[in-house]
Design a protein around this ligand. Structure first.
Ligand SMILES: *Cc1c(COP(=O)(O)O)cnc(C)c1O
Length: 371
């Protein structure tokens, strides 16, 4: 007897889903890894100390479930931003928070929208909920199309600011105009805000439909522990708490995050260093190489390589990517998006890593251009 198989039994929209494509995580040694915007410097030394002390000699504390609401971490995040703890929800990475937002506000009949380009996880999450997606295109000027977003009919709009993969930040004046014009939930994904000149936290008090999403993966050098959070109106936080896993953040993750937030001086130092390295190389590629390079307020640079024959385009970007790859320098290329297909997104690394990268780009420029 042959019954229906698992695929036939799955929900129709699930069978057609495509999983998110993460950047490569190479396992061998010797790579200069500039493809997923991780921090080139270690986290605060307080993190390893706190985790070791939480584990203790025999790991006995690990028998016990973590605090289901991450209450001490909520309080620490609230203090950091000068907000009340009822305005904070902690996630297993900010991807978890984005997923909770989609669960609450998106599904059949409740469409989502975002700019093109922006973070490529959003359509994947919306697809899981069987929601419809509207993409609002940006051009090289990177002005926020406030009117178009306001008229999009979306229940929820995801705005990445500073944007990925361009690094361009949208000014608060535009975000305020959007909040006044758009009737849905506005999520500002501020994964890179610590590297930016301004952020939208000050707009929370006056705008109940604003949700800000942050992560400890980038500026806090803790991508491996998976902690992110939402800042929002208490009503929104209450909704997120209804749909999240009850123990969504592990004991060691909560401990590590609290220790990191307790060392702001350390992080001010590495954020300043990364921002200075970014500005140096972005300026150098723009001026010395003559490459169009977006003004970045993030920990990466989005630049358009121009080959030895003066050409740009998808094939040129791919050629540079492949050349770097052959030298074990890993960057990111997004060939499927028309606006960014001719660009490479390069995470800001340590001084040594950036030197290897820049010398490799110069070596690529000296290659005979392929016909
Ligand atoms: C890296 C990134 C995230 C994911 O952060 P995690 O906390 O590691 O899940 C979210 N949004 C944007 C725009 C990112 O670049």
């Amino acid at each position: 007897m042959s019954g229906a198989g698992p695929r036939d039994l799955s929900l129709a929209h699930v069978a057609g889903l495509h999983a998110y494509t993460p950047g490569l995580q190479p396992s061998g040694p010797g790579w200069v890894k500039l493809n997923t915007n991780e921090c080139p410097y270690p986290p605060s030394p307080r993190v390893a100390e706190a985790v070791a002390s939480e584990v203790g000699g025999d790991g006995a504390s690990l028998r016990l479930y973590p605090d289901p609401t991450s209450s001490a971490l909520r309080a620490a995040v609230a203090r950091l931003h000068g907000l009340d703890a009822v305005r904070v929800c902690i996630g297993n990475g900010s991807d978890d928070i984005l997923n909770l937002l989609v669960r609450c506000f998106c599904g059949p009949g409740a469409p989502a929208a975002f700019t093109q380009p922006s973070y490529s996880l959003y359509p994947v999450l919306v697809g899981i909920q069987d929601g419809a997606v509207t993409r609002i295109p940006l051009d090289r000027g990177m002005r926020l199309p406030v009117e178009k977003i306001a008229a999009s009919g979306a229940r929820i709009f995801f705005l990445t600011s500073p944007n990925a993969p361009t690094g361009v930040a949208f000014p608060n004046t535009d975000i305020r105009a959007l909040l006044d014009a758009f009737p849905g939930i506005l999520v500002v994904d501020e994964a890179y805000a610590p590297f930016a000149r301004e952020n939208a936290v000050g707009l929370l008090a006056s705008h109940p439909n604003l949700v800000i999403v942050r992560t400890l993966s980038k500026a806090y050098a803790l991508a491996g522990i998976r902690v992110g959070y939402a800042l929002a109106n208490p009503e929104v936080i209450g909704l997120l708490d209804r749909v999240r896993d009850s123990y969504n953040v592990s004991r060691l993750s909560q401990t590590a995050a609290i220790a990191a937030l307790g060392d702001p001086g350390y992080y001010a130092g590495i954020v300043a260093k990364i921002s200075a390295t970014r500005d140096y190389y972005a300026g150098s590629w723009r001026e010395k190489k003559g490459w169009f390079t977006f003004p970045s307020e993030a920990n990466f640079i989005c630049t358009e390589p121009r080959d030895g024959a003066g050409r740009t385009g998808l094939a040129v970007a791919r050629s540079a990517y492949d050349f770097l790859f052959s030298r074990k320098v890993l960057v990111r290329h997004f060939p499927s998006d028309a606006l960014t297909a001719s660009f490479l997104r390069i995470s800001v690394g340590s001084d040594d890593e950036m030197l290897v990268l820049d010398e490799s780009l110069d070596a690529w420029l000296k290659e005979p251009p392929n016909a």
